[in-house]
Design a protein around this ligand. Structure first.
Ligand code: FAD
Length: 633
């Protein structure tokens, strides 16, 4: 029988980024005994890296802003494929979540009259991003951690034990969601340091594991982003929605090679930075699509006027949604007008004083000086697209964040799908984490409380199977087995080259063949040594997740024969109105078929938008996205 440490809680949250912590705080505040499990150190989640800010229509800088305008921008950014109810809840509740953070101790930058400052970002009509310089994520996590500690101090007073109702298990990786029949019963995983197994029994599990970027070679994402929550949900019987939509941020570092992909925040453009090609041309004016033409400046003079007088000028095209800017940069480089290292130039040095640049963009200044020996107060940066965010994720109920079809399973943050449609606007992730993190924690708590004594059990056989799966890399049949690092590199190259920013049918078919071969090889991945802190072993286990998720991306991308948001098809360059209402769902063919169940793809219609929300848009605009039948009175 497998040796594993056993714990029992009401709610277990997998992930301690913004979504996970906000969920855990809520579940504990509802009186539930809550466990948080994270595979990195507590405080080092991906959310820490967020730079630009949190989008919330507080209207502090421009009183014209409100939730309806934010909702409109979000739907436009997602090209109307978003689940409208998620976009509505998000726009309505984001301001409360930011103000709540402030009451918990967050110190945002201020306007001159002392309110929370808000900055411009791509696709947002008004200055909307509450921020702390370009280190907003750090402040968000610090504040949420502080809140966790405050709750633990309350428990120390009340129960004599700070962890009585909220405990963090750090450096622990969950490899399976356990089930009792259809219902969730807990999770299985291992401690990274000791390699020992653990089981946490709990009737409600919230997945808050973030994204999938480590399946790509050039990415802004950190080592944690191996799609674990996406894969855990699939394996537990949930569906993933919109997986073809992967966001390539337009501005990652391109030089030197060792730092290729590291993010250059959109705040650089929001604060006045401009993009130029090797001919010194501000090329974004050439790439404003028809659907956005009405809202964007057509001359440099008009664009520059917007920074000081936004009511009488239209926005600069550098602030188009990310998918548009990324494609434009790609096209410039392809046309031979790129920078020496295969990107384009992003310049703030001619737009602001050196002092102002250092004050507003301290991390960018430091990052370029330290990593590329470039002084951004005096010279332009070289930038190019980098894999940044996945819009696709667990198919959830918009109001409760419950995973459709799996009682007891919840998902929030980047691991959940639907909210951002085909393309996320900058700043809309941090607000998404808080809005839906809270909702997931709340509804997980209510679900667990309502069960009473009728709690699911954790079947011993599942624990045995999960343990055997985790130990397999130590007993690779054809010793020494495949090198997990080699398989990972090939996977990243495959996704980068064949399912990247511009996609073609033959290439995606080739990718699927390669992924299938890589899956066989990953099944033979072998590691040496023991279970104590063994990164090769950890990677061998992560490969299952990255390969499952990559296959979902490739299959859905092949199926969607149009270009929309984060999905660009060279062979189908137009956005097709008939595809707008279609969601592609990925599920496992046969969950019981171990270890290699295949991915099944199905189509589902997006539910029609409520009429009062539809009325927020002009009919002429809707006609560019919706079919005539959909708009028929
Ligand atoms: P994360 O913060 O990544 O947390 C995931 C957690 O899950 C971690 O604790 C991890 O250890 C844990 N985990 C993962 N797998 C497992 C497992 N198997 N077992 C146990 N634990 C696991 N968005 C904005 O809105 N504004 C910005 O300014 C902004 N800037 C960004 C800058 C950068 C450089 C990057 C990369 C992203 C930025 N984003 C921004 C996007 C945003 O930061 C992320 O989408 C968001 O932080 C994701 O939060 P999360 O809570 O979903 O996941």
């Amino acid at each position: 029988m497998t040796e594993a440490e056993h714990h029992t809680y009401d709610v277990v949250v997998v992930g301690a980024g913004g979504a996970g912590l906000r969920a855990a705080i809520e579940a504990r505040s509802q009186g539930m005994r809550t466990a948080v499990i994270c595979k990195s150190l507590f405080g080092k989640a991906h959310t820490v890296m967020a730079e630009g800010g949190i989008a919330a229509s507080m209207g502090n800088v421009n009183a014209g802003d409100n939730w309806q305008v934010h909702f409109r921008d979000t739907m436009r950014g997602g090209k109307f494929l978003n689940h409208w109810r998620m976009a509505e809840l998000h726009a309505r509740e984001a301001p409360d979540r930011v103000w709540e953070l402030e009451t918990w101790g967050a110190l945002f930058d201020r306007t001159k009259d002392g309110r929370i400052s808000q900055r411009n970002f791509g696709g947002h009509e008004y200055p909307r991003l509450a921020h702390v310089g370009d280190r907003t994520g750090l402040e968000l996590i610090r504040t949420l951690q502080q809140r966790v500690v405050a709750l633990q101090q309350q428990d120390a007073e009340e129960y004599g034990d700070p962890e009585a109702r909220l405990r963090v298990f750090q450096e622990c990786t969950v490899t399976r969601v356990l089930k009792d029949g259809q219902r969730v019963g807990g999770v299985f995983g291992y401690a990274r340091e000791s390699g020992r197994f653990f089981v946490v029994s709990a009737p409600a599990v919230v997945l808050a594991t973030g994204g999938i970027g480590k399946s790509y070679r050039v990415t802004s994402n950190s080592w944690e982003y191996t799609g674990d929550g996406h894969a855990l949900a699939l394996l537990a019987g949930a569906a993933l929605v919109n997986m073809e939509f992967v966001q390539f941020h337009p501005t990652g570092m391109v030089w030197p090679p060792s730092v290729k992909g590291i993010l250059v925040t959109e705040s650089v453009r929001g604060d006045g930075g401009v993009l130029r090609n090797s001919e010194n041309r501000r090329f974004m004016f050439d790439y404003v699509p028809d659907v956005f033409r009405k809202h964007y400046a057509q001359t440099e003079q008009e664009a520059d006027g917007w920074y000081t007088d936004p009511d009488r000028h239209r926005r600069p095209p550098e602030l188009l949604p990310r998918d548009e800017v990324a494609r434009a940069i790609n096209a410039e480089v392809k046309a031979g007008r790129g920078s020496p290292h295969g990107g384009v130039f992003l310049d703030v040095s001619t737009r602001m004083s050196a002092q102002e640049i250092v004050r507003r963009l301290p991390s960018m200044h430091h990052q370029f000086k330290e990593l590329a020996d470039v002084d951004i107060t005096a010279e332009p940066m070289e930038v190019g697209p980098t894999c940044h965010y996945v819009m696709g994720g667990v198919d959830v109920d918009p109001d409760t964040a419950a995973a459709v079809g799996v009682p007891g399973l919840y998902a929030a943050g980047e691991v959940a799908g639907g909210m951002h449609g085909s393309n996320r606007l900058g700043g809309n992730s941090l607000s998404d984490l808080l809005v839906f993190g809270r909702r997931a924690g709340l509804h997980a708590a209510r679900y667990a409380a309502a069960l009473g004594p009728d709690r699911p059990a954790v079947p011993a056989q599942q624990v045995e199977t999960a343990a055997a799966e985790a130990l397999r890399p130590f007993s690779a049949e054809d010793s020494p087995g495949e090198n997990p690092y080699g398989v990972h590199q090939e996977l990243q190259q495959t996704m980068n080259d064949l399912v990247g920013i511009i996609r073609r049918e033959e290439e995606m078919r080739q990718a699927l063949e390669r992924l299938s071969a890589l899956r066989c090889r990953a099944g033979r991945a072998g590691v040496e040594g023991h279970r104590q802190f063994n990164p090769g072993w950890h990677l061998a286990l992560d490969l299952r997740n990255m390969l499952l998720v990559s296959e979902c991306v490739a299959r859905a991308a092949l199926e969607r024969t149009e270009s929309r948001g984060g999905h660009t098809r060279d062979d189908h360059p137009e956005m097709a109105r008939s595809w707008r209402g279609v969601n592609l769902l990925c599920t496992l063919d046969d969950v019981a078929q171990e270890p290699e169940p295949g991915i099944r793809l199905t189509r589902r219609q997006n539910p029609p938008m409520r009429s009062d929300l539809l009325a927020l848009f002009e009919r002429e605009e809707l006609g560019k996205y919706y079919t005539d039948e959909e708009l028929a009175p």
